[in-house]
Design a protein around this ligand. Structure first.
Ligand code: NAD
Length: 264
């Protein structure tokens, strides 16, 4: 199978680093015209320079906008009125005891992880339906199924994404548009690297030891028994964004290393 997305425009929110960057790289390598997004112009410029080097001849542009607010989403939509592929990737996570999570954190998590995808889908889905082709992919998490006790607020937002994704897919009935979610498990993105570095320092371990112990201790059901790489997640996202994935719609696709112990 040769994935060819030439002629398609893809927006990946939060793509200056981590899974989002890997998805932008994968989509650009498949010929899509890619829009990199992040909050600061400097970070976005840096990511575009890196991406242009990684994918010579790739079509890459950038839009700096903070998708965690209605105003930021509006700015982004004004700069980019139409897309063929929307990857709702921007997301935040932070382990915190339930009793210590104030309302402000709940609201912030909901704005970044849920409302960004709602606002952008509301803006872009109608154009996709009119053109009779489009892809929306929500980057959820296995934490949306196995709610982690150390970050219940995060897990809740990831479950909400699954509901939105399934609901939106129902609006695409009989068209060439699909809406799906991808559920990564522990993935070695920049955000997680910082978390693992801190953990290693705290425990007097090497980073490799801390990473391996984290998966074994906190995700004992993992069949992969290690963190996934960002490229391993991006491969699934690029596939579901491709023309070839036309029969996959309304699905929650796992790339979580087998942590979730159910068959379907
Ligand atoms: P990361 O922290 O490494 O990167 C996130 C990117 O989003 C960065 O480029 C950051 O600048 C950007 N970003 C954050 N807030 C933003 C905002 N308000 N507006 C625009 N950009 C913003 O994150 P990651 O680990 O790659 O996670 C990406 C997505 O994958 C998230 O939705 C996360 O919940 C999900 N996920 C990650 C893991 C994991 O283990 N890394 C596992 C499951 C799901």
């Amino acid at each position: 199978m040769k994935i060819d997305l030439s002629g398609k425009t893809a927006l990946i929110t939060g793509s200056t680093a981590g899974i989002g960057y890997a998805v932008a790289k994968g989509l650009a390598a498949s010929g899509a015209s890619v829009v990199v997004n992040g909050r600061s112009k400097a970070r976005v410029d840096e990511a575009v320079a890196k991406l242009t080097k990684a994918v010579p001849g790739g079509k890459v542009r950038d839009i700096a906008a903070d998708v965690s607010s209605a105003a930021g989403c509006k700015e982004l939509i004004a700069a980019l009125p139409d897309v063929d592929i929307l990857i709702n990737n921007a997301g935040i996570f932070e382990p915190k005891d339930f009793f210590e999570i104030p309302d402000e954190d709940w609201s912030r998590f909901f704005e970044v992880n849920v409302m960004s995808g709602v606002r952008l889908s509301r803006a872009y889905l109608q154009g996709m339906l009119k053109r009779n082709w489009g892809r929306i992919v929500f980057i959820s998490s296995e934490s949306g199924l196995n709610i982690p006790t150390e970050m219940i607020h995060y897990g809740t937002t990831k479950t909400a994404q699954l509901a939105i994704s399934r609901g939106l897919a129902k609006l695409t009935r009989g068209t060439g548009v699909t809406v799906n979610s991808v559920l990564p498990g522990p993935t070695m993105s920049e955000g997680v690297e910082t978390f693992v570095k801190d953990l290693a320092k705290q425990n007097g371990q090497s980073e490799a030891e801390a990473a391996s112990q984290f998966v074994k201790q906190h995700r004992p059901a993992s069949l992969l028994q290690r963190f996934a790489s960002t490229d391993e997640i991006a491969n699934m996202v690029v596939y579901v964004a491709s023309k070839e994935a036309s029969a996959t719609n309304g699905a929650a696709l796992r790339a979580e290393g087998g942590i979730v112990d159910t068959i379907a």
